[in-house]
Design a protein around this ligand. Structure first.
Ligand code: CDP
Ligand code: MG
Length: 167
């Protein structure tokens, strides 16, 4: 069954120059990348993305982490992977949330670490189920950013919108 999910290369992954390695590992899945962009993560986006974790003691650090404030790299690479059984395939390659428990052959097992404060810096985010994937893809991407039709859309007329264009 075809599925889609959000994959983020987190700021530690970018700082460690792991983009190529991570994309190469994920290409083993034979899934398609149907959207990709670099994102400067606002606090608003970070809080919304991790809203289900807001009661965790590490929530503020998690927000700082995904915003790149812990790595002096204020960006993440956001992608949508699409294809047969995509969520299981990507999560298997990503490995367990705790990088020390992750199988060493997985991406997190190879490149993740636990900070001295106890935060799991695990290099990438991957949606864990179809509902979460839908919420996250719609949060990070607009319909026109994605080259296949994943979810129903509608056309609305937007008036008085301000837009930045090339001079
Ligand atoms: O990312 P994943 O879906 O595997 O795990 P999660 O339970 O949704 O947690 C989101 C993120 O919070 C993790 O990827 C870690 O960066 C962080 N986390 C942490 O630092 N310490 C924990 N005990 C659990 C999660
Ligand atoms: Mg999760």
């Amino acid at each position: 069954m075809n599925q889609q999910l959000l994959v983020l290369i987190k700021p530690d992954g970018l700082k460690k120059s792991l983009t190529g390695n991570i994309l190469t590992r994920l290409s083993e899945t034979k899934l398609e990348i149907v959207a990709a962009k670099m994102v400067r993560v606002s606090r608003e986006l970070a809080v919304e993305h991790y809203k289900h974790m807001k009661d965790k003691p590490f929530f503020e650090d998690l927000v700082k982490y995904i915003q790149g404030e812990l790595h002096d790299r204020r960006k993440v690479m956001a992608m949508v992977y699409w294809g047969n059984d995509a969520i299981t395939k990507v999560r298997q390659l990503a490995g367990a949330t705790n990088p020390e428990e992750a199988d060493p052959t997985t991406i997190r097992g190879s490149y993740g670490r636990i900070t001295t404060k106890g935060l799991y810096e695990n290099v990438l985010h991957t949606s864990s189920n179809e509902l979460e994937a839908e919420r996250e893809i719609k949060l990070w991407f607009q319909p026109e950013d994605i080259i296949v039709d994943l979810y129903p859309t509608e056309v609305i007329e937007v008036k008085m919108e301000k837009k930045c264009v090339w001079t």
